[in-house]
Design a protein around this ligand. Sequence first.
Ligand code: HEM
Length: 317
Amino acid sequence: MSQSAAHESPAREASAPPADPAHPHTTGQSAEHAKPAEPAEPAEGETPDAPTVDFAGTTPYEDYVQADVLTHLQRPLSDDPGEMVFLVTTQVMELWFTVIVHEWETAAAALRRDDIPVAIAALKRSVRELEALNASWRPLGQLTPAQFNSYRDALGEGSGFQSAMYRRMEFLLGDKSASMLVPHRGAPRVHAELERALAAPSLYDEVLALLARRGRAVPEDVLNRDPAQRYEPDEGVEAVWSEIYRDPDRDEELVRLGEALTDVAELVWRWRNDHLVATRRAMGAKTGTGGSAGVAWLEKRARRNVFPELWTARSHV
Ligand code: HEM
């Protein structure tokens, strides 16, 4: 039942003849017998079941969501009408990066205290979020070079390569690199956050430490590695995952953890490839605004495996 029908007064229903739908302000009676006009419908927001409209200051929604801030952060650099969606898609992706970093940090902390269910729940949330992130390529996936050129020059040297939150995602995956901090030297808060993320064990480091605590033969040098260095694939770790997958009944929770991590790895790989294809469509083999070789550089980056042994172990199961 609609809101207005639900709260129509029965007395009014009995006394008022049906209104002419073509003339909503007449009652269907001739002019000389017309009764005094019905009181006007209460304005939206004044009926008893309507949402509250009276707030002393800003709305509680605004206080929570900061929509006013969020929707006034768009400063296109050109007059091209197509730039808005490029800018907003980039901002939307930054927000998803932020949520995903939060989930992976939650998962890493849970693993540190041997709480696998909480870790898996956070990883699974991040899988849905990665799907939403990847779906946000849709508005940019088919840019022609002419469309992209309409605002490309205005971007100057700006490039996603300078995204600190994307870098935090990579660090959590084990793809550490101190040189990736260099572009952020001029932004103290961002730099400090990245520095902490570089030095901290990655999500994958926490996974491997947990496997060792569960009695798996993770090599000592992997467990004691410098967490600020990029994680390199290791045969001993590959053997551990092979064993886990070969005998799933021994510790089924570890298989579920492995599969949640594999879902994450696959979707990160998909993001990189969607980005690569969108870039190839929009600018061919030209150099990037960030100064790289463009597509050739991104191709190399997209080939990197996330959680490498979770993929190679499958050949031995
Ligand atoms: C179709 C539009 C886009 C094109 C043509 C494009 C192009 C490029 C290119 C050429 C690079 C290599 C670095 C450089 O020289 O600039 C790059 C890197 C990057 N872009 Fe984009 N990009 C696009 C959209 C986006 C969007 C919407 C995001 C979202 C944040 C993004 C995030 C990134 C990131 C994170 C990197 C660094 C990748 C890495 O370090 O491996 N890009 N992009």
